[in-house]
Ligand binder design. Structure first.
Ligand SMILES: Cc1cc2nc3c(=O)[nH]c(=O)nc-3n(C[C@H](O)[C@H](O)[C@H](O)COP(=O)(O)OP(=O)(O)OC[C@H]3O[C@@H](n4cnc5c(N)ncnc54)[C@H](O)[C@@H]3O)c2cc1C
Length: 580
């Protein structure tokens, strides 16, 4: 099974030399950050990665109404919990360590690369923690948060119903008000990640439901805290709530994570936030979860790339041209072949650029949390790009990695297939990527009078202007970035000209998301190149060469995306429904 190497040098480079995080977070000095990331990397490599194939092979089991996780998961969860990793960026008032989100993102990237299914139990808990932290009463926070910070209790998000996926306005789960102020929740939710398991004392479900008499559609949806075990006034666990696991879904990947059908049969819940404003409250969790899912895409792309690079160095097939590179061996390794190199470079350039993009977005979240309105607007705009682009490209990278394994990549023994299977779901859940693109063009682009997108363009322009005199950056980095950024502006202008013909905008939405993603990575690659120029070591040389590859071979995709966008709705919508 593939080994996992934590990308410590690369993370330190991005955090300190590119994003200079210690300027805004003095506690993130290079030494302390290195110590934390080294330990997190050790756990990812030595504890979580070896359980990745075990989780895939064994999956979860439903026994007498209780979900059993794969061998070793429970001990590993205890270890992660005992190390305080689950509360790294949580509020110290509830037992967290109060570290910046960007640090938790770096740690999470390694955990999700090593074992995506395992890491989801903690990830969902963190999302539920954030929703309760943002919208809960003091009593709710005191009741739930301390145990969620430590993952003694884990959390879930319950949106999806059999007939209501993307269109949550259709959901039917009911909430009946009770005299004591609580609600009785009745309905069925499907596909609930970490819906039940044997690694925590309680599972705190955040459930979307409709209070009797509420308006139809999304304006009548409320959010409820519905625990597996009710909690007594003294904080101890009380009686079992009226909810159960109907079944475990059989699925393509992330077998180590329990995906449950949850039945609520008059379960006791308490309202979180305001009645009929549940979707807004759930969005606190979903926005965080979308960044977290983008992280999963990147992480799986990274793990798959590492496995493919190792294999390409070891597997002997064919000869380099014009002359063998290892004449004494029976053949040269795969890595000598330019087409294999191309695939590896695509993956490497995406993983390193994507890592910088993700960590940059995480610094914007920290700034937004500290009250910076412009950062809030920008990260809100970028959230669908982080989710959609990093998961589409992470999956593409995993498929490229599998291809490098040839037929062996299709055989489970090598582990290449698991990366593909696990990475695939990240494109679907937390709002399928088509819906991320819709959110981007229909909501985020015009948000706040277009201020965030203008701020993005200004950020890129300023960087180009400030560095244009540097010949080492101009041709290889700044000129291609300028061209790509112009493509993005032209696409935005096309949408603006076509606001009255929405299909012309919607038909180009996925292309726009990808165009935007490329410009973001191009911008981050230019910043990384600048930070590397002074370096004389192998790391700096490789960084510059990888950046040049991205700018030369990946970034020109923006022109193709723009051409597709400008072709409008007609080619997409030309056929009648019957013609399909
Ligand atoms: C393994 C797994 C884990 C999951 N975990 C959770 C969880 O923890 N909690 C939870 O609540 N849900 C969870 N889900 C559900 C998941 O979020 C949904 O499956 C997803 O949001 C899509 O909903 P759907 O499956 O009903 O697809 P649909 O809504 O039927 O969409 C089908 C396709 O149509 C496209 N589409 C739909 N509407 C539009 C539109 N207006 N414009 C353009 N395209 C559109 C979508 O992009 C998608 O590709 C999970 C799903 C899986 C498979």
């Amino acid at each position: 099974m593939p080994a996992y190497t934590p990308p410590l040098r690369d993370m330190a480079f991005v955090l300190h030399e590119v994003l200079t995080v210690s300027e805004s977070h003095p506690d993130l000095d290079p030494d302390s950050t290195a110590a934390i990331l080294e330990e997190a990397g050790r756990i990812a490599r030595d504890v979580l990665a070896p359980l990745n194939a075990v989780g895939d092979r064994e999956g979860c089991r439903l026994e007498n109404g209780v979900v059993r996780t794969p061998t070793g998961f429970r001990a590993a969860f205890d270890l992660v919990r005992e190390g305080g990793w689950t509360g790294l960026d949580c509020d110290p008032a509830y037992g967290g360590q109060g570290m910046p989100y960007v640090l938790a993102t770096a740690v999470g990237q390694m955990a999700a690369a090593a074992n995506m299914a395992f890491n989801m139990y903690q990830g969902l808990t963190h999302g539920a923690y954030s929703a309760i932290h943002a919208h809960g009463t003091e009593e709710q926070k005191a009741t739930w948060l301390p145990n969620m910070v430590t993952c003694a209790w884990t959390g879930t998000m319950n949106l999806t119903e059999p007939h209501a996926g993307t269109d949550l306005g259709l959901l039917r789960t009911r909430a009946e008000p009770q005299e004591d102020g609580s609600y009785r929740i009745t309905g069925q939710k499907i596909f609930i990640s970490a819906g039940d398991h044997d690694m925590a004392g309680n599972v705190v479900h955040l459930v979307l439901a409709r209070i009797a008499g509420a308006p139809a559609g999304v304006k009548g949806i409320s959010l409820f805290i519905v625990p597996k075990f009710l909690v007594n006034a003294d904080g101890s666990l009380g009686t079992r709530n009226a909810l159960s696991v109907g079944k475990l879904e059989e699925k393509m990947g992330i077998h180590g994570n329990a995906t449950c059908v949850m039945n609520y049969d008059g379960a006791t819940g308490t309202l979180l936030g305001e009645a009929n404003r549940g979707l807004a409250a759930m969005f606190t969790m979903m926005n965080e979860a979308r960044i977290g899912v983008g992280l999963q895409g990147l992480a799986q792309g990274d793990a798959a790339y590492q496995a493919a690079a190792t294999y390409a160095r070891e597997r002997l097939q064919g000869r380099a041209v014009p002359a063998p590179e290892h004449p004494d061996a029976p053949a040269d390794p795969l890595i000598v072949h330019p087409d294999v190199r191309r695939a590896l470079m695509d993956q490497k350039a995406f993983v390193e650029g994507g890592r910088a993009f993700l960590l940059w977005a995480a610094t914007l979240i920290d700034a937004a949390n500290a009250g910076d309105a412009a950062a809030h607007g920008l990260v809100s705009l970028l959230t669908p790009v982080v989710k959609g682009f990093l998961t589409d490209k992470g999956f593409e990278g995993a498929v490229q990695a599998q291809q490098i394994f040839g037929g062996h990549g299709y055989i489970e023994e090598t582990g290449a297939s698991q990366f593909v299977r696990d990475a695939r779901i990240a494109m679907i859940y937390e709002g399928a990527n088509g819906v991320q693109a819709l959110d981007l063009v229909a909501r985020k682009l015009g948000q706040d009078g277009g201020k965030p997108i203008m701020a993005f363009f200004e950020t890129v322009k300023d960087f180009i202007r400030e560095n244009e005199a540097d010949a080492r950056l101009k041709a290889g980095f700044l000129d291609p970035l300028k061209a790509a950024s112009r493509d993005l502006q032209a696409a935005a202008a096309f949408f603006l000209d076509n606001v009255k013909t929405p299909n012309a905008v919607l038909a180009g939405s996925t292309d726009f998301l990808h165009l935007f993603g490329h410009v973001c990575l191009g911008y981050l690659w230019a910043r990384m190149a600048k930070a590397t120029l002074a370096g004389t070591d192998d790391f700096s040389a490789a960084k510059l060469a990888t950046g040049r590859y991205y700018m030369a071979r990946q970034l020109p995709a923006t022109a193709l995306h723009l051409a597709r966008i400008q072709s409008g709705a007609e080619p997409v919508m030309a056929l009648s429904e019957e013609a399909f």
